[in-house]
Design a protein. Structure first.
Lengths: 334, 334
DNA sequence: CGCAACAATGAACACGTTTTCACGACTCGT
DNA sequence: ACGAGTCGTGAAAACGTGTTCATTGTTGCG
């Protein structure tokens, strides 16, 4: 510790860097100035060792390449960075599931919190691997409700970030119906994905409310290629559909391309398409996708807010935040 | 430290987790078994404090959303994870530059190495902020040569990862020429981007070698929207071009969409388009882009190899790795 | 059998912080 | 003017490892 050039104890240096400690202002200023000169910053490792806080947040994703996730990571990194945290990124190996190995591995890096963009973590795994020290934020839709939630590891805690999907879906269905669509299909995401299931449930409910027949469901896995292939299958055998609702935007791109290039169908004249997310690529002219928008940036800010509050006050009652969705109308409907 | 249930000293526990220490095998096994039962892993913070190694690698990017970068981060995370490292992700604030603030901030987290997908870091900043303890791997093209390089912070070290761009560009130009293209344009990336400059230089050299006129250069910034607008400008005033070479794939998408939707031009019949990178989206049917491919996964593996070697042997002479590019032919040429 | 080399082991220390505790120097209210 | 409270300060302890050093038990070689 070289900063004792200021003729003060190491304790004083420590205090100089911690706002809420009592230290004579002029002395603090002196220490900070000298630290600046010497290019000194308090060692995070030592700090983490004694405080138990690493000031990092573990983020687990299945696939960084997916536009939706990369946008989420981007926003998350920015938000965390602004709060003095670092993003510790980890990837699940194959599918969207997460095994105990990865969780243990990540836990080894002592993240203060964990955000898992992964849906099917066995609760047993979760409970066993994590001490209560690390608040886990798993993100998935609440059962039977048209919202996604954020659930703490400890079942008694229950911080929630609710994304109300119903608004956007209602607007989309109304628009489709307005343009005369009758046979509406739903391209699911991964079959076990709770997000996809929740969207399907809400869609069914909304369509029933408006007197429409049940949707034709065909299954994808959130990727372009699978969506493309699934669309080819659907339209080759039956009479297809006159509107397709995809569980995510990338899937919608696959649907659009399959319709155009495999069957020569026009979008939106012959088939209308609606996506979900509103990712960066959705406004590209080749797709110009009408889609149900979740404001990712805002959602991530809310997430970070939740984490920070919980970290500052571990014993506080559950926090709840709610986000709305809305339809962004572009060229694939109408 | 609860693992003394095994009736051994803490030192023995430490040794049990470190392969190259002398400890009776049966005792090591016992300790590891008990550790497993107790769900114990050595504390990284303490480990980092004493060893000076955090087992994490800082990664700096301007924009995680960009497909190219997200693919790179994805591959990097996988590779690092396999080697027992974590990825510490940071974002530059606005453009592709990096200010001292961010570098200092990141340094506070003690990454063992830094990979910056950022090109214009002032050497002064670099030198001042980093101790020699952290090998910096900045990635940019070597001056006047048709390759990108990886340069260590210390100028005496000089580990290099060379990406030979010439191969792919030659194949692309030959193909364009074979289809009768004469007026070839180049859409640059960010004007100060060394990668873009290197590609332009190589393109010029190759075209001169083949007796073609100088390329028409118009400038973008690697994004879709800017590429779209720049293409509109170019084709509105002059007579345009009969082939466009874009500095990256996303830019090529913007070019294609502008040609089709603003001018009703057909790709490839009226204008041929070649990109650079071969990202995931390039095979999507709406674009089906012919592009110069860099094997990102292989490039990242090489990068990680370099870092690991340097970490194991800080004094070793410079390591050099070389990667080739090749043309992937799809639908936008021919 | 004797001596040297070597494997196995634990005690003590080091790493760079934050936190707790104790002490003196003030300020304030009466 | 005196005690109570507050502020500023540093000494010492603590955080959980890896490392060095000395000690003991063991093997190998002549």
């Amino acid at each position: 510790m070289v900063a004792e050039r200021a003729k003060v104890s190491r304790v004083a240096v420590s205090r100089a860097f911690n706002p809420h400690t009592s230290l004579k202002p002029e002395k603090r200023a002196l220490i900070l100035r000298i630290a600046q000169e010497l290019n000194y910053t308090p060692d995070r490792a030592a700090r983490a060792l004694v405080s138990g806080r690493s000031h990092s947040v573990g983020v687990i994703v299945p696939d960084v390449c997916s536009p939706r996730e990369s946008q989420e990571i981007d926003a998350l990194t920015t938000a965390l960075q602004n709060e003095g945290f670092a993003t510790l990124l980890f990837k699940t190996q194959t599918d969207m599931s997460m095994d105990e190995t990865l969780l243990t591995y990540m836990k080894g890096f002592n993240p203060d919190a964990v955000i898992a963009f992964v849906e099917n973590i066995p609760p047993a795994t979760l409970a066993r691997v994590l001490d209560q020290a690390v608040p886990i934020y798993v993100h998935y839709p609440l059962e039977g409700q048209p919202e996604t939630g954020v659930l703490a590891a400890d079942k008694t805690l229950h911080d929630q970030l609710n994304v109300m999907q119903r608004n956007g879906i209602e607007q989309a269905v109304a628009l489709l119906q307005g343009y005369g669509a009758r046979r509406i299909a739903y391209l699911s995401g991964l079959p076990r994905s709770l997000a996809s299931v929740a969207r399907e449930q809400t869609l069914r409910a909304v369509m029933a409310d408006r007197g429409l027949d049940e949707p034709i469901v065909f299954s994808g896995d959130f990727t372009y290629d699978t969506a493309y292939a699934a669309t080819v299958d659907l339209f080759r055998v039956g009479q297809g559909a006159d509107a397709v609702f995809a569980a995510n935007d990338v899937g919608a791109f696959g649907v659009i391309d399959a319709l155009r290039h495999e069957f020569g169908l026009r979008v939106p004249q012959d088939v209308k398409v609606v996506g979900f997310d509103d990712i960066e690529q959705s406004h590209w002219k080749s797709y110009s996708l009408t889609t149900v928008k979740i404001d990712l940036a805002e959602r991530v800010r809310a997430l970070v807010r939740l984490i920070l509050r919980r970290l500052n006050d571990p014993g506080a009652p559950a926090f709840v935040e709610t986000l709305q969705t809305r339809l962004v109308v572009r060229g694939t409907v109408g």
